[in-house]
Design a protein around this ligand. Structure first.
Ligand code: TXA
Ligand code: MG
Length: 343
């Protein structure tokens, strides 16, 4: 059985943290909120505990986990060196949605955390519950997103419960997460640094701090050789019905819905408010077209909501590619398995 403990100002918070710390020290795994998505954590030095994460998620073992710390300076104990550019980014963006890949000191973490790589991904989350848990525990916590592998990452404790009910002992429920997309993963073991996964910290924000950054999404040279985070090769973020991407064009969207209905199929539409008028069978608002942060925050919950409908097809309008739009588009292309709508 899975216990979900609401952590807010009205309940005994201390007791929730005490239980979570106890479970972790006993080698159990615990789900907790971060500012990006919910994580499923284990003490990063406990190989058996970390193995439980892979088992609960159904995660391939060659996909390494991110190690979460409660204080930035803790990483000095875990990595061989911190390049100046990594240091500048840590100072600017931590706590926050940036994961830095650095060379790990061998045997610092359980081998299954890094999937046998000599590097490790580290991040300090910007969420009061995650930080309080990490500080009370005083140890690094390996945590991927707390979803079953292949499903959209969880942005509420109820999403975690839906995916992992009966597979994990404890969820700390801190309500909905703020950003709604996973952290930006940047490899600082190479120079210039490379964005392995786009996220809340955008390419432009990184460039403002450290200058040149390689962004495979906008790099055409060497496309085949640019490394990506190992996790990016797997099917991801996918609801049950097939997802198709479409430009946010009124005529295109209207025509798509009409032609789907002519085939006696049902369609769910994820799009900005202004597309509500086109009589999709289900409409999930991505908010104001201009406000990418709102789209990011609600995207995964909406993709999950599609699984509660009997829709045949899910149509999603794509955002502009600037700012956090790049991260949204990256996740959408995976959810759609690269498929665009053609009438
Ligand atoms: O926002 C987030 O990053 C959330 C919260 C819980 O912190 N975590 C998260 O973890 O998204 P996960 O496991 O779902 O994604 C981790 C990504 C994967 O794509 C993985 O391949 C990559 O980071 N990664 C981890 N360690 C790596 C390493 N040493 N080298 C390259 N990529 C790495
Ligand atoms: Mg994940």
């Amino acid at each position: 059985i899975t216990t979900r403990l609401i952590v807010d100002n009205n309940v005994n918070k201390t007791q929730a943290y005490t239980q979570a710390v106890e479970k972790l020290i006993q080698g159990e795994i615990v789900a907790f909120p971060t500012e990006t998505v919910y994580g499923l954590g284990a003490i990063a030095t406990n190989e058996q505990a970390v193995a439980k994460i892979f088992e609960a998620k159904g995660r391939p073992s060659d996909n390494p986990l991110i190690v979460h710390v409660g204080e930035a300076h803790h990483i000095l104990k875990y990595v061989k060196d911190i390049p100046q550019k990594a240091n500048d980014c840590i100072e600017t963006f931590w706590p926050g949605p940036l994961t830095v890949i650095l060379n790990a000191i061998p045997n610092t973490f359980a081998p299954n955390v890094t999937a046998g790589l000599s590097t490790v991904g580290l991040r300090m989350p910007d969420h009061p519950i995650a930080l309080e848990l990490l500080r009370r525990l005083g140890q690094p916590v390996a945590a991927p997103s707390a979803n079953r592998s292949g499903k959209p990452s969880p942005t509420t404790a109820l999403h975690v419960e839906k995916d992992l009910q009966g597979r994990i002992p404890l969820i700390l429920d801190g309500g909905a997460t703020g950003i709604g997309l996973e952290s930006t993963v940047v490899d600082f073991t190479v120079d210039p640094p490379v964005i392995l996964r786009p996220g809340g910290v955008t390419a432009q924000m990184l460039r403002d701090v450290i200058g040149e950054v390689i962004d495979p999404d906008t790099t055409t040279v060497e496309d085949e050789t640019v490394p990506r985070a190992p996790g990016m090769k797997y099917a991801h973020y996918a609801p049950d019905a097939p997802v198709f991407l479409i430009e946010p064009d009124h005529e295109a969207v209207e025509n798509a819905i009409t032609s789907i209905h002519m085939k006696h199929q049902k369609v769910a539409l994820l799009a900005p408010d202004e597309f509500k008028q086109y009589h999709a069978d289900w409409f999930f608002s991505l908010g104001n077209q201009q406000n990418l942060e709102t789209s990011a925050r609600h995207l995964y919950a909406h993709l999950r909501s599609c699984d509660d409908t009997v829709t045949d097809i899910i149509l999603v309008t794509v955002p502009i590619k600037t700012g956090v739009g790049a991260a949204i588009l990256n996740r959408l292309e995976k959810a759609a398995n690269g498929n665009w709508w053609h009438s």
